[in-house]
Design a protein around this ligand. Structure first.
Ligand SMILES: [Zn+2]
Length: 303
């Protein structure tokens, strides 16, 4: 082969490689995260029974972090991250969304800094967990699940706590902290579910798979008897500016699927325009919670 022919063959190979690469990637890459509110509404309507009457929540601790950790590029201004649990009240019982945490787990998050912790609120959350018919977690981080794992009540609460296969997987293999690690025998005590997109949880309630912040992250949709709709988005963002600006976190101590989180923030941003009546609630946005209490759409006490 002449030199010129060799060069041509090499060029042709390069061109083939260039054409092949994106296709090969497309075949192996998982589908990007997406969701449809109509599907979620339908799932929430599948289980017969009276729908919930109201949504309560309680703040049991605070984390003081500057805002740039919650929203990348935001100014380094002081910001309160509320740690919260939610109670969905039915005419004949209640469902808890997230479960609080004990002081030891709180101290783990403080990483040596003293941060506010409200033991009286934790006591109320424990009582609400005991009263609840069902408990579900937005994701498998300590500030959301420790109350049903690293707790003297774990044995009593586990049989009515719904955890997803992905959440269980993380808790067994790579828990955020040693206190919330589950062994195989402990894991069997929980109600474990697996689903692809949406899961009907209770009358007027459905789960929306939202892996991103963690592999087991999910959002919780609620429609009340009054017709008011809520979407508890867990830690998809820590501050609603993340939804408004469609910008993710900048927190080196967590590992997220940033593409999935961005898709979720983009979808939520769109909903704020197309579904102005939908109350989207971030677990940790203290400013948003205050505004929602003011509007009367969230009650800051448990029953
Ligand atoms: Zn959290």
């Amino acid at each position: 082969m002449t030199k010129r022919l060799l060069a041509f063959a090499a060029l042709a190979l390069c061109a083939t490689a260039l054409r092949m690469t994106p296709l090969a990637q497309a075949q192996s890459a998982p589908a990007p995260w997406s969701a449809n509110l109509q599907d979620i509404r339908r799932a929430a309507g599948l289980i017969p029974g009276r729908r919930p009457l109201r949504v309560n929540f309680l703040k049991f601790a605070e984390s003081r972090r500057t805002k740039n950790f919650s929203v990348k590029g935001a100014p380094t201004l002081p910001s309160v991250q509320a740690r919260t649990a939610f109670q969905v009240v039915y005419p004949d019982g209640s469902v808890m969304v997230d479960a609080g945490m004990n002081l030891a787990v709180h101290k783990f998050f403080g990483r040596g800094t003293e941060e506010p912790y409200f033991p009286e609120a934790t006591k109320q959350i424990d009582q609400a967990l005991q009263k609840a018919r069902l408990i579900v977690a937005t994701h498998e981080h300590g500030d959301h699940v420790a109350g049903v794992i690293a707790s003297p009540l774990a044995g009593e609460l586990a049989p009515k706590t719904v955890l997803t296969r992905a959440q269980i997987q993380t808790l067994m293999t790579s828990p955020q902290m040693p206190d919330i690690r589950l062994n195989a025998e402990q894991a069997r005590r929980y109600v474990v579910v697996d689903y692809d997109t949406t899961f009907p949880l209770a009358p007027g309630m459905a789960l929306l798979k939202s892996a991103g912040h963690t592999p087991g992250s999910q959002m919780v949709y609620i429609v009340l008897e009054s017709g008011r709709e809520y979407l508890l988005i867990g830690d998809a963002t820590w501050h609603m500016d993340g939804v408004r600006d469609m910008i993710g976190k900048d927190a080196p101590w967590i590992t997220e699927d940033t593409a999935a989180v961005l898709a979720q923030l983009t979808w939520l941003n769109g909903l704020s325009r197309t579904e102005p009546g939908l109350v989207v609630v971030a677990s940790h946005d203290d400013e948003q919670h205050a505004a929602l209490i003011q509007r009367g759409v969230l009650t800051n006490r448990l029953e």
